[in-house]
Ligand binder design. Sequence first.
Ligand SMILES: [Zn+2]
Ligand SMILES: [Zn+2]
Ligand SMILES: [Zn+2]
Length: 254
Amino acid sequence: MAELNLGDGVMEKFRCFKCKDYLSVSPIVALPNGKSLCGLCYLSTEEITHKELVFEGFLKILLFPCKFKDGGCEERLKFDETQNHHAKCIYRLMKCPVSSSCSSKVCFKEMLVHISDCHSDVTATEMEFTLAVSDKDQSGVLLVCVHGVNLILKYNYNGSSGNLQYYLQHFNTDVQEMKVKITLINDVDSDYGFYLKEDPPSHFNESFYEDFSEIPNSKTLGLNNAFPLLNNPDFLKVIITLDIVKSDESEKQK
Ligand SMILES: [Zn+2]
Ligand SMILES: [Zn+2]
Ligand SMILES: [Zn+2]
């Protein structure tokens, strides 16, 4: 059946009584007072409800506006496909990843502009930083543009354990392949150094805000083992470089 694309004004009638989002997630249920709940609120309600199968059948032929439409998104979404879209929508509002003291909520599309305008101290031309090997906690965030691809890095080094944790994400959508190389160099004597190959970064998402213990694919390097190879440095330079193949380039090569 063809979808029904109704005006925004009419769609306002199809809002969940509890969360006020559109009724676009199944199962659609009704409360004793006759008000409808979306499938997400149904899971958390303790009230007695009954399923509204006929109404849900009608909702399934509608196209729903994106909940970030006021930010500029013009997508129309099928029932039960809205959550998927909202998680990836370039107009979705996100917390600023640079600092918890920055209270700005920024839409994904504007995030790079926000970071370079409001946090110019974290923007750099090279993705590199220096660690004082025996100092306790050193952490930071870096935003770097490499061959047209914006990458954001957060790291935390613990001098007592010698562990360097890091998390690298990219902001582009047309990136096909990335190879990450981490070079460790004795900051005083650069003859002592070596590099490691690492997995490619993931696309920037909400997990960037979590603590390292909560991020499933953050990386930990046990640097203690590397210190003898680096002639036991007091200061260690960490340089992250990337080889990037964009999908349009690999198309051309075909
Ligand atoms: Zn709801
Ligand atoms: Zn959207
Ligand atoms: Zn900010």
